[in-house]
Design a protein around this ligand. Structure first.
Ligand code: ADP
Ligand code: MG
Length: 598
């Protein structure tokens, strides 16, 4: 018996009783006998055959409805032997069909013969046969079991009502599930999510508790940290204080939200123990190293480790910054804090390798990961069952960026705007959808367009994802360039302080998260900047919403809302919506309440 259930659960891709209970019917066959005649509605009634007439392939049956003392004429458009043998004069049946009226006569179009009146049979849309599913549900879903799973009486009753209904009027309002039922299903779905993750989080004792003092470092900075930077630092501080549990935290903040200061403060708090920071590119590692040298206390010994380039001796350092080249050093000192910047650009294997490098016996170094991909607060709450999350939703200075949708007819004024920016020593970034020409894309490619820009302007630089010299081109452009032509792969890169304009060609093809990353490249130091979204269709609700907000967290929500709008050809949007009822963009409160139950 139990084995059978396991097999069926496997087939249904579910793993718990609540998963099963949440597979509520997508509809019902209701054979409850009608109490009144309602035109336009389904009529279910006992009917006896008065007469039968054939017209070509049509069969017309006149029924008597004893309960209503009325007659109704039913038409079967494609007569079969079954009809002729079933509806013989004076026989009685239960029939069901949509009721209408024609010149005072009641009509039924193609009614069905019903075997059993007064039942409501659920229709399940699963890989199992409906009868199999009904049997499974009937054998497993009981009030007591649902309560044992942690549901409230109300929640249990809602599920039972959906699986074993007695009156569809309690379930539907105008053919839609009632709002309170949907709300309850969302709540159960969120509850089930947290229930499953409960116990999934694995914590290890820390190699050591860290208690370095960050106050002096913070006071000596040339600017005041934002409240969210300070809050994140204090969350990390209390993580570090716990020797029984190594920190496991993800710090999520928009581009420019000042995550580097959190990284540096963490390295200070780790003193006198050694910390390591891994960045996805040499450019980024170098930039982090420069910032560390600039802001950290002089007595801290900082080393840089990259392929082919080393600064300082990492075996002696307090703070080691590097690329994945770090993973191949077999003479690393003992490390008690591991940090990963732009964590999404590393594979799981690389992140684990670093973690392993720093674990000692059954204990682990404290681990902080930094991500510039904002997620909606609901998603953060959902994920927080596995990893602690700090959100930095504000940026230290507000960026002054104007975002505009433009089209062919705006090209001339765009050219003069580019000219103006270059004249005041600012830089322009133009993003093309592809490197080479393609039939599928109605926009110029990088290679097709480059001649035009190179003829018109000086110091035009070109790079793209497969470009081996990408990093050098970027460094060269930073010093000497006017215009950089690139593809979206420059997504996360170095800081270009003079960059004040980004033009995205074929912007409607990109996800909002990508556009947000691209826009984040300009105005890094507060210079007035522009983001032009070039598209053949100048009206686009998604892009217009994007133009109105600068918050990555708002944009993550918008991305979810427009997830199904279909005009995104790019594959960056997370696939596989996990929830049937919950909407991550709008159901923050439901998720929050479900989380509180644990
Ligand atoms: P990201 O979160 O993208 O890593 P950074 O840490 O690079 O952002 O910060 C962006 C810029 O903001 C840097 O030049 C940094 O020095 C500056 N910065 C960080 N925190 C503050 C602050 N509280 N006030 C003013 N500027 C800040
Ligand atoms: Mg950063």
């Amino acid at each position: 018996m139990q084995d059978d259930h396991t097999k069926l659960f496997h087939k249904l891709h579910i793993s718990s009783l609540l998963d099963l209970a949440l597979l509520v019917p997508s509809g019902y066959n209701d054979t409850t006998l009608s109490k009144e005649l309602m035109l336009g509605n389904l009529l279910t009634a006992e009917a006896s055959v008065k007469s039968v007439k054939k017209y070509g392939s049509k069969l017309q049956v006149l029924f008597d409805l004893p309960a209503f003392r009325r007659k109704v004429s039913a038409t079967f458009f494609h007569m079969t032997p079954y009809h002729i043998n079933t509806f013989i004069p004076n026989s009685t049946h239960f029939i069901q069909g949509k009721l209408s009226e024609y010149q005072g006569f009641l009509q039924l179009s193609q009614p069905k013969k019903i075997n059993k009146p007064n039942c409501i049979i659920p229709k399940y849309k699963t890989v199992l046969k409906n009868s199999e599913m009904i049997e499974l549900i009937s054998s497993m879903i009981f009030h007591e079991k649902l309560i044992n799973e942690g549901l409230t009486t109300r929640e249990a009753n809602t599920l039972l009502m959906l699986h074993f209904p007695t009156d569809l009027g309690q379930i539907y309002e105008q053919k839609n599930l009632k709002t309170n039922i949907i709300h309850t299903l969302k709540t159960i779905e969120a509850f089930n999510h947290f229930k499953k993750l409960q116990g999934k989080r694995v914590d290890f004792p820390a190699t050591v508790a860290l208690d370095g003092d960050e106050k002096v470092f913070i006071e000596n900075l040339p600017f005041a940290l934002t409240n969210e930077q300070l809050k994140t630092i204090s969350e990390i501080k209390s993580d570090f204080a716990d020797i029984n549990k190594a920190a496991k935290r993800m710090i999520v903040g928009d581009v420019g939200s000042g995550k580097t200061m959190v990284i540096l403060a963490s390295a200070v708090m780790a003193m006198p123990k050694t910390s390591v920071l891994m960045a996805p590119t040499s450019l980024l590692a170098l930039q982090l190293y420069e910032e560390a040298i600039k802001y950290l206390p002089k007595e801290m010994n900082i080393a840089l480790v990259m392929q082919g380039k080393m600064v300082g001796d990492y075996r002696e350092a307090d703070f080691i910054i590097g690329t994945h080249a770090l993973l191949y050093k077999d003479d690393m000192p003992q490390i008690d804090l591991v940090m990963i910047d732009e964590q999404h650009r590393f594979g799981t294997a690389q992140r684990h390798a670093l973690e392993k490098l720093s674990s000692r016996g059954k204990t682990k170094a404290h681990m902080l990961q930094f991500s510039a991909t904002p997620i909606p607060r609901t998603q953060a709450m959902m994920d927080s069952a596995l990893i602690d999350i700090s959100l930095i939703t504000t940026t230290p200075f507000s960026k002054n960026i104007t975002t505009k949708l433009i089209s062919k007819e705006d090209f001339t004024s765009l050219l003069s705007h580019i000219q103006e920016e270059i004249q005041v020593n600012h830089q322009v970034l133009i993003i093309y959808p592809l490197v080479e020409q393609s039939e599928q894309i109605p926009y110029q490619s990088l290679e097709e367009a480059r001649g035009f820009w190179e003829n018109k302007f000086d110091n035009v630089f070109v790079t793209h994802g497969k470009d081996r010299d990408k990093e050098e081109v970027l460094l060269d452009f930073r010093e000497h360039g006017n215009i950089l032509l690139a593809t979206t792969v420059v997504e996360v890169g170095i800081s270009l302080p003079r960059l004040t304009m980004v033009i995205v060609v074929g912007a409607e093809r990109l996800g909002l998260a990508t556009l947000h990353q691209l826009r984040g490249r300009v105005g890094r130091l507060g210079l007035k900047s522009w983001c032009y979204l070039y598209s053949h269709n100048k009206t686009n609700e998604r892009l217009e919403s994007f133009a109105k907000t600068m918050s990555g967290f708002e944009i993550a929500k918008l991305d979810l809302q427009f997830r199904n709008s279909g005009d995104i050809l790019e594959g960056t949007i997370q696939s596989g919506q996990k929830f049937r009822w919950l909407n991550m963009a709008t159901d923050e409160e439901i998720v929050e309440n479900a989380k509180k139950r644990f």
